[in-house]
Design a protein around this ligand. Structure first.
Ligand code: AMP
Ligand code: MN
Ligand code: MN
Ligand code: MN
Length: 279
């Protein structure tokens, strides 16, 4: 596996990552990455600290965010890159999504309680701190209490669709999320499209709607993609004339996931999304 010197999808403790923004930048830099974006779920909280550290290390730092979206009942993730994190419509939109996260967290906890597991809201909040609350915080609580042996098992048994503590959530509209990102001067990138497990027909509908909304890029290489999945994504980028992004979706050291920059470089023939960033 060749390392990539660009990694535009990374998480910190501002959302569901395990490393602080500073800790993350150190690990990313040590991995040989020269250009990074911090893309926490529905928050820009970690950007100032990460940017400062990245600049100290001589890295190129891109302000990013990963926005949760609901489109036709399906949850999609849209990464905004090179955003102005101060832009009011983006800030308001992200605050709305965070409010939905808080409401969902209460409902997840009540469902866990019904399943015989009390104390989940408090327990998840201990992991989330005063930052964005996400399902991995519940997964870590379930590991703490010994209900499951690892976070993957928590997702598999409790937290995913059709499981006892799953809560369907109406996130931001696709058109709105792409609009905020563009208002904030950023580029909207469809994250990890293969992970949605959509049929070909649904994937084409998503891509058409994303384009129509003003989306300009797609993650062609993700940390966990196989060679076949990268090929499929190259096809989407070419067919829908989208810029290509690359990112690990690193959430912190884990026996499962790959580290920052641990993925193949962007295939030839795809225009890199970073070509359009103004530095
Ligand atoms: P949320 O946005 O709160 O619904 O949480 C989504 C996050 O949960 C993703 O960004 C991943 O970090 C994590 N996640 C989702 N599905 C799984 C899974 N099956 N196993 C482990 N982590 C997962
Ligand atoms: Mn996550
Ligand atoms: Mn995601
Ligand atoms: Mn992510």
């Amino acid at each position: 596996m060749h390392g990539s010197v660009v990694d535009l999808h990374l998480h910190s403790t501002a959302s569901d990552g395990l490393l602080t923004p500073s800790g993350l930048v150190k690990v990313v830099h040590d991995a040989g990455v020269e250009m990074m974006a911090l893309t926490d779920h529905d928050t820009v909280d970690g950007l100032t600290e990460a940017q400062r550290r990245a600049n100290e290390k001589g890295m190129v730092f891109i302000n990013g965010v990963e926005v949760s979206v609901t489109w036709q009942g399906k949850t999609l993730h849209v990464v905004g890159l090179n955003i102005n994190p101060e832009h009011p419509s983006l800030r308001n939109g992200l605050a709305d999504n965070r409010q939905r996260r808080m409401e969902r967290a209460g409902r997840i906890a009540r469902k866990l309680e019904k399943a015989g597991i009390p104390g989940a809201l408090q327990g998840a909040k201990e992991h989330a701190g005063d930052k964005v609350i996400a399902r991995p915080h519940f997964a870590r609580f379930l590991v703490d209490t010994g209900v499951v042996k690892d976070p993957q098992e928590a997702f598999k048994r409790y937290l995913t669709r059709n499981k006892p503590a799953y809560v369907a959530t109406q996130w931001a509209e696709l058109e709105d999320a792409v609009g905020w990102i563009r208002d904030a001067g950023g580029v909207a990138v469809l994250a990890h499209a293969i992970r949605y497990k959509l049929t070909g027909a649904w994937m084409r509908r998503v891509l058409a709607a994303f384009k129509e909304a003003g989306g300009q890029g797609i993650e062609v290489v993700c940390g966990s993609y196989t060679a076949t999945e990268i090929n499929t994504s190259v096809g989407y980028a070419l067919r829908y004339d989208l810029l290509g992004s690359v990112g690990s979706d690193f959430h912190g050291p884990s026996p499962m996931g790959r580290g920052p920059g641990r993925f193949p470089v962007l295939p030839e023939g795809i225009t890199p999304v970073w070509n359009v960033f103004a530095f």
